[in-house]
Design a protein around this ligand. Structure first.
Ligand code: E4P
Length: 216
């Protein structure tokens, strides 16, 4: 399972990279806005910092606007993936960008029918927003399961990128289902390592060592 980091913050990307946990990055307009400053420079710096794919989202709502923005964004680095909102105009843009050899990530996906359209249009990735579904008392993971099954049924090559992750169990469940990628907030990456029994176990080993041999 690939780990993308869901952030536009360079410090978080660098820290996650040090742990070897960055196969790629996803940004969105909210995350770039949160960083402030010149978003173009920020996006370019992220593309430089990361070897893997970096999703940068278009703002336009027509296929022509999206394609125009995509042509600008791909100049930021060879690893740019164009994030396209789940709209029928977006599907038009995805199809044309695929013909040009430009990778796309269809985002803000909340239903299996939307994911089916994204795959048929030729998206490289599809991003189901599971945390936001959970927040509406709908099971986000059921959506991931349905998408994985649909793609397997027909051999679509679109990768399932689990997004809107809130906690470690989202990652575990997505991995059990066999999702290709999870895009994870830095905080949740750190939470994946935590277990109170691990802390207790290490403390006990240190105590016993110190008793027998003195401070390490
Ligand atoms: C995905 O690419 C999005 O950036 C992200 O996962 C959205 O998640 P949110 O619900 O935390 O905003």
């Amino acid at each position: 399972m690939k780990f993308f980091i869901d952030t536009a913050n360079l410090e978080e990307i660098r820290r996650a990279k040090d742990y070897g946990m960055v196969d790629g990055v996803t940004t969105n307009p909210t995350l770039l806005a949160r960083e402030g400053g010149d978003w173009r420079k920020q996006a370019q710096a992220i593309c430089k910092e990361v070897e893997g794919p970096v999703s940068l989202e278009v703002i336009g709502k027509t296929a022509d606007e999206m394609i125009h923005e995509a042509h600008e964004l791909v100049k930021y680095g060879p690893n740019v993936v164009i994030k396209i909102p789940m709209l029928m105009e977006g599907m038009k843009a995805v199809r044309q960008l695929r013909e040009l050899g430009i990778d796309t990530n269809v985002t803000v996906v909340f239903s299996p029918s939307q994911a089916l359209l994204a795959a048929k249009a030729g998206a490289s990735y599809v991003s189901p927003f599971i945390g936001r579904l959970d927040g509406l008392s709908q099971d986000g993971m059921t959506l991931v399961d349905q998408i994985v099954r649909i793609y397997d049924n027909y051999g679509f090559d679109t990768e399932v990128l689990v997004a809107s992750v809130r906690h470690p169990m989202h990652i575990v469940e997505a991995a059990l289902i066999g999702a290709d990628v999870a895009t994870i907030p830095f905080k949740v990456v750190m939470e994946l390592a935590k277990h109170p029994m691990t802390d207790k176990g290490i403390e006990a080993f240190d105590r016993d060592w110190e008793k027998a041999f003195g401070k390490a």
